[in-house]
Design a protein around this ligand. Sequence first.
Ligand SMILES: NC(=O)c1ccc[n+]([C@@H]2O[C@H](COP(=O)([O-])OP(=O)(O)OC[C@H]3O[C@@H](n4cnc5c(N)ncnc54)[C@H](OP(=O)(O)O)[C@@H]3O)[C@@H](O)[C@H]2O)c1
Length: 254
Amino acid sequence: MNSLINKVAIITGASSGIGRATALLFARNGAALVLGARRGDLLNQLVDEITQQGGRALAVVGDAKDESFAVAMVQTAIDHFGGLDIAFNNAGTLGEMGATPDISAAGWRDTLDVNLSSAFYAAKHQIPAMLARGSGTVIFTSSFVGYTLGFPGVAAYAASKSGLIGLTQALATEFGARGVRVNAILPGGTDTAMGQQMTSSPEALAHIQNLHALKRLAQPEEIAQSVLYLASDASSFMTGSAMLVDGGISISRT
Ligand SMILES: NC(=O)c1ccc[n+]([C@@H]2O[C@H](COP(=O)([O-])OP(=O)(O)OC[C@H]3O[C@@H](n4cnc5c(N)ncnc54)[C@H](OP(=O)(O)O)[C@@H]3O)[C@@H](O)[C@H]2O)c1
């Protein structure tokens, strides 16, 4: 049911963390992959790893803030693999952090551009390709931050991640009747480069771990399993969802 055989998938933010783990899992489940991020060296290493394991993957180096990156990702999927079935729009940044009055307008805009406008550009170009195929599934990486939990010092990040849920709902209602499902995944604290930015001291790590009911961070491979579920026919009746995969951080009060 989780098989992605004969499916073509785009993954952004594939050079590390959740995106990288998802790429490896999707490849093991049979998908042909178009992998995007800015760090081409890391993307090329991942493409080599997948190819050596018998999978199919191509890298597109670019900045998710640019609409041309979204166009190039979709065009690569069509030109090399014949179309597009799945898009995991996962690239993200914490952006400029600090007390909200101290956040610069440029920092605010940059965070919204990387996390939210990128998702709009992605969907704008991915959905027509999916409609041409007659079906598709789009997944955005949102967060519990800005949804079930307020967090001080990350206003731009929270606003952008919250905005992704609105985009998810709008797209799900626009394209559900034509076979395209759209969902957001909301990971809890995850042990990636971004997660480590929030847990740089032993005290900060202990604090963040303790916020979760499971009293630990997720490994990126655990989040990838839920992305696979949303990407596959196993989730065929899910659309418009904000799916928490958060170790219970949203319901824990201890
Ligand atoms: N870690 C957590 O605790 C956590 C919790 C909830 C949600 N999330 C979300 O999960 C997603 C993945 O993050 P992660 O935790 O896996 O952290 P990560 O390892 O730092 O990965 C972030 C990815 O986004 C890419 N990226 C960042 N800015 C980009 C840009 N302007 N253009 C293209 N790609 C860009 C990075 O690639 P390049 O640097 O090579 O461009 C990298 O591949 C993010 O959207 C994040 O907000 C993370």
